[in-house]
Design a protein around this ligand. Structure first.
Ligand code: SDX
Length: 424
């Protein structure tokens, strides 16, 4: 492909440079467009716009490919743990055994929570959504980090250690259990499950099936290039906002129903379909009806116009955990049937709508015992290393502050008319 694009505007020819990436994606560099032509581009949803260069993840939506720092997700899921994946995303390379041991132990050093946080937790109203709690407390954490000049690495370790504690505290408050604490002898993911589900004065027995399923879910959610919440984190980083507040904003963006909130919406949709008699075709028709706001949650993706490779993996993990735990799960059965019908339907085929990561993940969270309104919290725990890697990359790239232009369609300039007081 050429290195220059010619743009003819009103008889003038402008030469725009072409930016190339590692693979075949190319971009027209328009950073001087307005300066040279007076024009800006218009791209709602940024569907055709690259905001940054990045070396963290790569997605080929047409081929259903996802790489973390060059490694295919299918290899990472079988050869790495979530802690190794976090190290890879943050540092660019997989850790050797010594680095991994040190990284894991360093995270454990930050596995504590200030007493004041527990006191604030007690004051939270029960109806406050877990994602709101996670986002708020991610910011509040900074108030209790005494050392104002924290080493950058320690900031990452703090969040990797503390977000699972906040998530577990939220769950235990909901179910009326006192806080549980980590066990230094357990792995990162086993500790998440212990902090959630252990009972006072009772030895917590880890279940390798459940630990493995959760670790895989965390890995699959760990990064996904410039998705909505990661772009949010990158924008805050471009303004030189701190890591904790940037991650807090990412959590809030992920909460959106069209983004990470979809995993909760999928289960609610499947339960609704079951409750209303399980007539799959009726719901498929609803999703296709433009007059009906209903969408098939867990289907479709901005980038994947083929299967989301993560959905393929998660579907297998869901089938494995349900059969190993010998659970009768009508929701999983319905999800499989719904997927089969939808992917054969011409509407979904034409629009290239396939199951995305959220379609099956809720089934696993439910099998593990996570309540629906905490599914997106679990998504956030997985996405944390990705957000932090992107926050770090923005600082290293020295990208300018993100500040898009607009097409103004409001009033022309007008004057305030002194209104004559009608008097009463
Ligand atoms: C995540 O970006 C990421 O990487 C996100 C994520 C990550 O890891 O960070 O992968 C996580 O957010 C996954 C997506 C979870 N959301 C859902 O499952 C919600 C349901 N899906 C949709 O709302 C939608 O598919 C989106 C939001 C995911 C993508 O939306 P786009 O790219 O803006 O596409 P669109 O809304 O313009 O839809 C294109 C067409 C439209 O029809 P037309 O107007 O062209 O006739 O497809 C239709 C849409 O109506 N469509 C659907 C549909 N999704 C798109 N129709 C029915 N059901 C759906 N789910």
């Amino acid at each position: 492909m050429c290195k220059i694009i010619n743009l003819d505007i009103n008889g003038y020819n402008y030469k725009l440079p072409v930016v190339s990436g590692t693979f075949y994606e190319k971009a027209i560099n328009i950073s001087k467009l307005r300066e040279n032509t007076g024009l800006i581009t218009f791209d709602p949803g940024l569907k055709n716009t690259g905001l940054s260069k990045s070396s963290i993840s790569f997605i080929d939506g047409e081929k259903g490919i996802l790489l973390y720092r060059g490694y295919p997700i299918e290899q990472i899921i079988n050869k790495c743990s979530f802690v190794e994946t976090s190290y890879l995303l943050l540092n660019g390379e997989l850790p050797n055994s010594k680095q991994l041991e040190s990284f894991s132990n360093q995270i454990k050093e930050f596995h504590y929570m200030n007493q004041e946080i527990y006191q604030i937790f007690d004051k939270i109203p029960d109806f406050y959504h877990p994602m709101g709690i996670l986002s708020s407390f991610t910011c509040i954490l900074t108030a209790f980090i005494k050392n104002k000049y924290l080493k950058e690495q320690d900031m990452y370790l703090h969040l990797l250690a503390k977000l699972p504690i906040l998530a577990a505290l939220t769950y235990r408050k909901k179910v009326g259990l006192p806080p549980s604490h980590v066990d230094k002898n357990l792995s990162y993911t086993s500790n998440i499950l212990k902090m959630f589900f252990s009972f006072p004065k009772k030895y917590y027995e880890t279940n390798p099936i459940i630990t493995d399923a959760l670790d895989k879910l965390l890995i699959l959610h760990a990064d996904h290039e410039q998705n909505c919440s990661t772009t949010t984190v990158r924008l805050l980083s471009s303004a030189h906002a701190g890591l904790f507040s940037s991650v807090s904003a990412g959590i809030s963006a992920l909460w959106g129903r069209l983004h990470g909130g979809a995993n909760q919406a999928v289960i609610e949709m499947l339960e609704n379909i079951l409750k209303s008699g399980g007539n799959i075709q009726k719901w498929i028709e609803k999703a296709k009806n433009k007059k009906d706001p209903f969408r098939l949650m867990g289907f479709g993706h901005r980038i994947y116009k083929n299967f989301d490779p993560r959905a393929r993996i998660i579907k297998k993990v869901a089938q494995k955990i349900i059969s190993q735990l010998d659970m009768d799960n009508p929701i999983l059965k319905l999800a499989n049937e719904l997927e089969e019908v939808a992917i054969q339907d011409s509407y979904f085929k034409e629009k290239k709508l396939y199951p995305n990561i959220d379609f099956y993940s809720g089934i696993i969270y439910q099998a593990i015992g996570i309540p629906k309104d905490m599914f997106t919290v679990m998504f956030a725990l997985g996405r944390l290393p990705g957000w932090m890697a992107h926050w770090k990359e923005m600082r290293l790239n020295r990208d300018p502050i993100g500040r898009p232009r607009q097409i103004y369609i409001g009033y022309k300039k007008r004057n305030i008319v002194e209104c004559v007081d009608e008097g009463i």
